[in-house]
Ligand binder design. Structure first.
Ligand SMILES: NC(=O)c1ccc[n+]([C@@H]2O[C@H](COP(=O)([O-])OP(=O)(O)OC[C@H]3O[C@@H](n4cnc5c(N)ncnc54)[C@H](O)[C@@H]3O)[C@@H](O)[C@H]2O)c1
Length: 255
């Protein structure tokens, strides 16, 4: 991809699943990657995979729900590595539960990770991008935020909010040549999915039913997303902002 070589990228939640695959790809494209995660072991494994392949990456411990911690983590990373060119807001979390069985503590946790997390990271990073008049922000949202997902009501609301947040901010920051776009995965085989549906026979049944809803006949794998993220971070996407792209095997089709 044109324009990623020697860029500095932050990927949140890059210690697992989709975030790890994105971090590995951006590093393979020549970026120096900050692996931001609350889980040191997972982050270190991602960094080890990238460095073993000849790429550049560092672990940066960060809890995206805590704005002070986010500001400190971004400052520490930028002091050590340099100003951030690319931010991928990927970290997310949910556990399936009917809405009427959820409580206030659960709503706060879901909203803190899935909505306040990207908001905190974007506020901490975009300030410098605006001063430098360039930057790429890519949110890993979800098809749940476009069409809804039963058992994931509050999470769906957060992902929908993230999409609208990105559209509004894309308008505000366009004059600073910062682009902001959303990528929406469908159901994807990651550790989060194992927690979501379980790994036993019942889990397999749920996976099989998910596959039946996907025209391309399978659920996603983490490697389905780094290509579109790298494109959105590249020079080839410089005239594209405020857009939302589903990468979900045709599960949802938007005009
Ligand atoms: N797996 C799916 O089916 C699916 C579908 C649609 C969208 N998504 C979205 O893709 C993204 C990645 O999901 P995944 O399936 O790879 O999940 P995952 O659980 O495999 O990885 C999530 C990572 O985020 C980190 N994280 C969680 N809370 C954090 C916090 N407070 N601060 C910093 N890091 C934190 C975790 O430690 C983990 O490394 C999420 O935003 C998720 O909502 C996933």
């Amino acid at each position: 991809m044109r324009g990623i070589q020697n860029k500095i990228a932050i990927v949140t939640g890059a210690g697992s699943g989709i975030g790890r695959a994105i971090a590995v790809r951006l590093a393979a494209e020549g970026a120096h990657v900050g692996v931001f995660d609350i889980n040191r072991q997972g982050a270190d494994e991602t960094v080890a995979a990238i460095t073993a392949a000849g790429g550049k990456a560092v672990t940066q411990l960060c809890d995206i729900t805590d704005y002070s911690a986010v500001k400190a983590a971004v400052a520490a990373f930028e002091t050590a590595v340099g100003p951030t060119n690319i931010l991928v807001n990927n970290a997310g979390w949910d556990t399936p539960m009917p809405f009427l069985k959820t409580d206030e503590a659960f709503w706060k946790k879901v909203v803190s990770i899935n909505y306040f997390g990207p908001l905190h990271m974007t506020h901490a990073v975009a300030q410098g991008m605006a001063e430098r008049k360039s930057g790429r922000i890519i949110n890993i949202a979800s098809d749940a935020g476009r069409v809804g997902s039963s058992g994931e009501v509050v999470y769906s609301g957060c992902k929908g909010a993230t999409i609208a947040f990105a559209k509004a901010l894309a308008r505000e920051l366009a004059r600073s040549q910062i682009t902001i776009n959303n990528v929406c995965p469908g159901p994807t085989d990651t550790p989060a999915m194992d927690l979501f549906v379980g790994t036993g026979e019942q889990g397999q049944k749920i996976r099989d039913s998910m596959v039946r809803g996907v025209p391309l006949g399978r659920i996603g794998v983490p490697e389905d997303y780094p290509g579109i993220v790298a494109f959105l971070a590249s020079d080839d996407a410089s005239f594209m902002t405020g857009q939302t792209i589903s990468v979900s095997g045709g599960l949802t089709m938007h005009g």
